[in-house]
Design a protein around this ligand. Sequence first.
Ligand SMILES: Cc1cc2nc3c(=O)[nH]c(=O)nc-3n(C[C@H](O)[C@H](O)[C@H](O)COP(=O)(O)OP(=O)(O)OC[C@H]3O[C@@H](n4cnc5c(N)ncnc54)[C@H](O)[C@@H]3O)c2cc1C
Length: 446
Amino acid sequence: MLRKTDPDMIKGYLEDSSNLQGGYAEGAYLPENDKEILEAVKECSSKKTPLTISGAGTGTTGGRIPFGGWVLSTEKLNQIIAIDKKAKTALIQPGVSLDQLDNALKKEGLMYAPDPTEKSAYLGGNVATNASGARSLRMGPTRNHIKRLKVILSTGEILSLTRSRPLELPRLKSSAGYYSTPDMEQIDLFIGSEGTLGIVSEIEVNLIDRIENTFDCIVFLDSEEAAIDLTEKLREREDILMIEYFDFNSIELLGKGKKCAIYFEQKIVDDNYLELEGETWVGMNEKQKEELWEFRHSMPEHINEEFKKHHTVKFASDIAVPDSKFREMFAFYNLVLSTYDLQLFYVKFGHIGQSHLHVNLVPRTQADIPLAKELIMKFVKKAVSLGGTVSAEHGIGKIKHDYLREMYGDSGIAGMIQIKKGFDPGLILNIGNVFPLKQLSGNSAF
Ligand SMILES: Cc1cc2nc3c(=O)[nH]c(=O)nc-3n(C[C@H](O)[C@H](O)[C@H](O)COP(=O)(O)OP(=O)(O)OC[C@H]3O[C@@H](n4cnc5c(N)ncnc54)[C@H](O)[C@@H]3O)c2cc1C
């Protein structure tokens, strides 16, 4: 098995999209099959060496960043093993990217329905974070599309976990902590567990016929009230596949001077066109749709430029609340943000169709960093009080432990730690993800 120990060769594994600093590792394993994964696991288990699993590094919570020990990169586990056109399934290794899978499926007229925005992400990373996309409004998150997983535990045991019945769409999308429902299947414990329970080494996904006949539309509106009204109207219609929101600051970053915008995708069925008020941009063909998509996808990059400009860091929320509570949450964001807009630049954007917005705060000076942290915690507490989730799609990773505790309390977290200890008794896998080390090892005051 290929191993890297040269610091220059491993520095790429010490970062992701979170900007979390300080990661370090002794080396990286690059396995090409299960036998080599087992070799890495056995070496680390026998010496109690932490092992951190690395996907493409597009995660936003420091999940793949190691703080000691070795990295297990899945980059060479990048084979699409089989596509079964009749059964509409694909068997893939965890290092296959969304783009790679989509290119292969295009030729067959099929698609993998979840569409997280970042196409260079690997399927293994998507499974570990239970990633969602804009179309999750109708299709559900990654979890709903995983048929079978092969998982290698730190004990060397190999599990083959198959879903026996389809899962209903969640009422609230969430990637916060371990999945738990009364009649759940074991496969669902592993999906969204952020690599803390085992290494996903093979994935069987369900596919659907390619959705071709759609158009995209961006409507620029004069008030946020009008945007929420339009969202509620669109959500009622089954032919609407996604509904996204951009606030004033986000569209200004993209060079458009309107109050806010709604971006939606609609299936074309006979004459089901909507009557819309306000300026609209419509993408009917592939080229136009790509231009609109680029408009949306460039948002995180523009924000990253903004915080580099201020030499500070970005604080990002990933909160969703039940639809019935969205207006209250939205009003709360506005109340808090308008109080502090001299100290913080902010944007509110994202998956409004699922009552899920990313509020990103960029402190204007270093001195305002504590304020940004305080405000995100205010949002978290409010969301929890409304029955919402502290992470709708990105996971907890190494930077959102306090938020998870707000959501589940000490006893909920203690229950999750018991599960972690059951599957990873040596406590070597993805240490620091979901729970801080001190809680795991029982040294915390909680
Ligand atoms: C511009 C941009 C847009 C984004 N848009 C979205 C979006 O729309 N929706 C969304 O949900 N996310 C989004 N993300 C976040 C990110 O793409 C997802 O979290 C993605 O699932 C991470 O995949 P990755 O391969 O990059 O994983 P990494 O960042 O490498 O790792 C993420 C986590 O998964 C674990 N992991 C990786 N592979 C395995 C494996 N084989 N077994 C067990 N654990 C594993 C890692 O240890 C880590 O904890 C976006 C990110 C960016 C930068």
